[in-house]
Design a protein around this ligand. Structure first.
Ligand SMILES: *Cc1c(COP(=O)(O)O)cnc(C)c1O
Length: 379
């Protein structure tokens, strides 16, 4: 018997979300597939959009190399840029695009330009418009642009910035950042890129030539109150593999934190924090048992967790438990666990990923007795 725990990834939903974002934003869009596509499998996700997306973005060189090795020859932008001259050389060879956000990266490009046989590389010049994490300050931008433009190996230059609070529309910060960016790049020619997911969804005047959507591709709304027709991509499920009834006054699990107030039917589910389900998810965090909404009770363990089956008719050993996906919004679980959907999705591990297409009915039903791990099917 194989452990009945799996993350189903709906690649058509992923593509749907990408095209929805591009349509909303206008212009072109790089699908952000860093961190193994936020836990969804970067190679499979990129392969599904290869030749149809305008390009991809990853955090660092190694992630881009993985995609190139898998045969992805679309544009790929390295969001952290190259860490040193050696990485830059490699990026040039692989035909990658790189962010330039600090002096040392400019110097590496200037040095590389002297070695004339290098292929040109498209460079995204990053402006610090207020986030103060990476990027040239507004007063340095014109000079950085002039030096970059003078590098023989710099191809197209795109002007970019990144928002600190795009998912909090009530804050003034994003409007200030847009104004700071526009002032800093005034008179500099070239394409511009400002928007992450929340920017695409809620800041129309930040929509420029290129979008960089990440989390929205995976169907998780970065803005809790808005609904844009995104489709959830990952459905994380386990099954009830044991059940028991505890009496009023009995406690359950580590720390004995849950105390039954009445007779309680407890289902034991084969997933835990070693699989990436957050240990901080408290009693009351929603789950769906055979399609019926219930809750976690007691502490999440390393390899298993416990759910409340009381008053759920017809469920028991063998019932499927959705931790998040089509029925349970990953944002809701994240809120219960005191974090954000990004962290939950990126953390999924040890769980086989099953790739499939839009209607979840099209996934083969997961058979507790016969499923191989690492199943991979596609219509
Ligand atoms: C990760 C990242 C994105 C994508 O952000 P989301 O909030 O997931 O859309 C866009 N731009 C940069 C620079 C990033 O690092």
């Amino acid at each position: 018997m194989t452990r009945p725990t799996v993350a189903k990834v709906d690649l058509d939903a992923f593509a749907h979300n990408y095209f929805l974002a591009r349509r909303l934003h206008g212009g072109q869009a790089l699908a952000v597939v860093k961190a193994n596509a936020y836990g969804h499998g970067a190679v499979r996700c990129a392969q599904h959009l290869a030749g149809r997306a305008d390009g991809f973005a990853v955090a660092f060189l190694k992630e881009a190399q993985t995609l190139r090795q898998a045969g992805i020859d679309d544009p790929i932008l390295i969001l952290e840029g190259c860490f040193d001259a050696e990485e830059l050389e490699c990026a040039c060879e692989l035909g990658l695009w790189t962010v330039v956000h600090q002096e040392s990266q400019l110097v590496d490009l200037e040095q590389a330009a002297k070695a004339s046989e290098r292929q040109p590389i498209n460079a995204w010049l990053k402006v610090n418009s207020g986030m103060a994490r990476a990027g040239f300050n507004p007063d340095q931008v014109k000079d950085a642009y002039r030096r970059l433009r003078a590098c023989s190996i710099a191809g197209d230059i795109v002007l970019m910035t990144h928002f600190a609070c795009a998912d909090e529309p009530e804050k003034e910060m994003t409007a200030l950042q847009i104004a700071a960016f526009d002032a800093a790049v005034e008179g500099i020619p070239g394409d511009q890129s400002l928007c992450n997911s929340a920017g695409v969804l809620s800041w129309p005047n930040a929509r420029r030539d290129w979008a960089r959507p990440g989390i929205l591709l995976y169907g998780a709304e970065p803005l809790p109150d808005k609904r844009h027709g995104l489709k959830p991509v990952m459905t994380l499920t386990g099954r009830v593999f044991a059940e028991r009834t505890i009496s009023a006054g009995e406690s359950l699990g580590y720390g004995a934190t849950f105390m039954a107030e009445r007779e309680t039917r407890v289902g034991l589910v084969a997933i835990g924090y070693a699989d990436g389900y957050p240990r901080t998810a408290p009693t009351g965090t929603p789950v769906a048992v055979d399609g019926k909404v219930s809750r976690i009770i007691g502490r999440v363990s390393m390899d298993m967790l416990t759910v409340d089956l009381t008053n759920l008719a017809g469920v028991g050993v063998g019932s499927q438990v959705e931790l998040w996906g089509n029925q349970i919004d990953v944002n809701e679980v994240a809120a219960c666990a005191g974090t954000i959907s990004y962290e939950l999705l990126c953390n999924v591990k040890r769980v086989p990923i099953l790739y499939g297409a839009t209607a979840l009915e099209h996934f083969p039903s997961y058979d507790i007795d016969s499923t191989e791990s690492k199943v991979s099917i596609e219509r």
